[in-house]
Design a protein around this ligand. Structure first.
Ligand SMILES: [Zn+2]
Length: 97
């Protein structure tokens, strides 16, 4: 046994932390409570704010107009919500949110 398992290589933590990597839904605050709020919102507001596409809730996305960045207040502020279809949402987030 020449090497101690503690002191192998890993002194330098990887500098490029994958911040763009998607966190799990729960980490982002999208928990059960959100799922419920989301469904009722999308049932009441089924129209995409961008292209006026209408679809069932599971094909639509609630977009935070002002990025909430984890802030509960903005996250739950329904005046900060808009309905987007997946296409428009992907285009928005593809531009860097
Ligand atoms: Zn759209």
């Amino acid at each position: 046994m020449a090497r101690s398992p503690k002191n192998n290589k890993r002194e330098q933590p990887a500098r490029t932390v994958p911040t763009r990597q998607r966190l799990s839904s729960n980490q982002r605050g999208y928990n059960y409570q959100w799922q419920q709020a989301r469904i009722s919102w999308l049932q009441a507001n089924p129209v995409c704010a961008e292209c006026k596409w209408i679809d069932v809730p599971r094909n639509m996305v609630i977009d935070h107009i002002q990025p909430h960045r984890g802030g509960r207040l903005l996250f739950w502020d329904r005046t900060n919500w808009q309905t987007l279809c997946r296409n428009c949402h992907d285009q928005k987030t593809g531009r860097g949110e």
